[in-house]
Write a protein that binds this ligand. Structure first.
Ligand code: GH3
Ligand code: MG
Ligand code: MG
Ligand code: MG
Length: 324
């Protein structure tokens, strides 16, 4: 608590009453200016008290600045907005009181002060301050909790849309995106392409090199293809097992075939040894591409079917190629 009064007698008599009631944390200020310094509001030598002030008792008339002016300055400070101020004054005319309340004081006491009144007013101000602090702390707790929850939610969403092994988008995310892109293309009248691909003789790869090595192969292939598709809107996903798929918004048929061929070559260029492949001594992929300008009577599913047919043809015609 901070007692601001130019009269030493006034301060000590207030302090005595409060000490008898067990209120011991009492600071004194002889002038308004000294009070502002103690509160850390003064331009010069201002540093806030170690313990926050829970209540200010402010004299009305002081030699350097009147109490009203000091209250205004205190209330302007964001950290002190909610600190209760009790005005202690010999003036109880309505005009003075009106100005005091306008400046933000919570209550007033008229001199000479009655001990019983002093104790009652101080107690109620301190109770109110405690209640305000409790509410603020609770609000802060809720804000912190909300921030934590939303970070957790973002992380969960991220994890829910990624494939655990290859870290590229998973099937669930692919299905959602295909639906979205299809509707967007339909609305905008733009074209979109879809590429499906599958690793050649991957069962043989697992059989020869083991499942763990197979996993490593899947990771390398996925990483390479994911990096290749970097236009905004492109999506590369693990469709299932050793099958992957790409959504290419705004790409026409010629573009899709070019990209598919680039994908084929980039995997071939990895030169991952595959001694048991019947097509090459390294890992290769087969691909199918589909293209569409979505119309109102077609479904996204038709793109998948066309790409899958292309993939089947690529396998049939000897693998390590784009099927047409
Ligand atoms: P094709 O050229 O006709 O595609 O022959 P394939 O052997 O690749 O085809 P198949 O569909 O018969 O085999 C796919 C293999 O992929 C079988 C399965 O064990 C393996 N596979 C699927 N998912 C994973 C995985 O997460 N890790 C590993 N290591 N292997 C997987
Ligand atoms: Mg297969
Ligand atoms: Mg395969
Ligand atoms: Mg397969």
């Amino acid at each position: 608590m901070l007692l601001v009064d130019d009269s030493r007698l006034a301060r000590t008599s207030i302090e005595q009453v409060l000490r008898e009631k067990g209120l011991n944390d009492i600071l004194h200020a002889t002038t308004a200016s000294e009070a502002l310094t103690i509160l850390g509001l003064h331009e010069k030598n201002g540093f806030p008290p170690e313990k926050p002030i829970d209540l200010i008792m402010m004299d009305f008339v002081m030699p350097d600045m009147n109490g009203i002016e000091a209250c205004r300055m205190i209330k302007k400070h964001p950290l002190m907005k909610e600190t209760p101020i009790i005005m202690v004054t010999a003036r109880s005319d309505p005009q003075s009181l009106g100005r005091a309340f306008e400046a933000g004081v919570m209550d007033y006491l008229t001199k000479p002060i009655q001990p019983i009144e002093l104790i009652a007013r101080v107690n109620s101000a301190l109770t109110l301050k405690m209640e305000i602090d409790r509410r603020r702390a609770r609000e802060q707790e809720l804000l912190d909790m909300a921030a934590k929850l939303s970070a957790l939610n973002r992380e969960l969403q991220k994890q829910n849309s990624r494939d655990g092994l290859t870290k590229v988008a998973n099937r669930r995310f692919f299905d959602q995106s295909l639906d979205q892109e299809w509707r967007r293309a339909k609305r905008d009248g733009t074209s979109m392409s879809l590429i499906m691909l599958d690793i050649d003789y991957f069962k043989k790869y697992n059989d020869r090199y083991g499942h763990a090595q197979g996993d490593e192969c899947l990771k390398s292939v996925a990483r390479t293809l994911d990096r290749l598709l970097q236009r905004p809107g492109d999506l590369f996903a693990r469709y299932g097992g050793e099958e992957f798929a790409a959504i290419l918004p705004g790409i026409n048929q010629g573009g899709a075939l070019t990209i598919a061929e680039k994908m084929r070559k980039s995997v071939e260029d990895l030169k991952i040894e595959h001694a048991d492949s019947l097509v090459a001594p390294y890992v290769t992929i087969s691909l199918g591409a589909a293209h569409s300008v979505p119309a109102s009577d077609t479904e996204a599913q038709s793109l998948l079917e066309t790409a899958d047919k292309g993939l089947y043809l690529a396998k049939e015609k000897g693998r390590n190629r784009v099927g047409l």
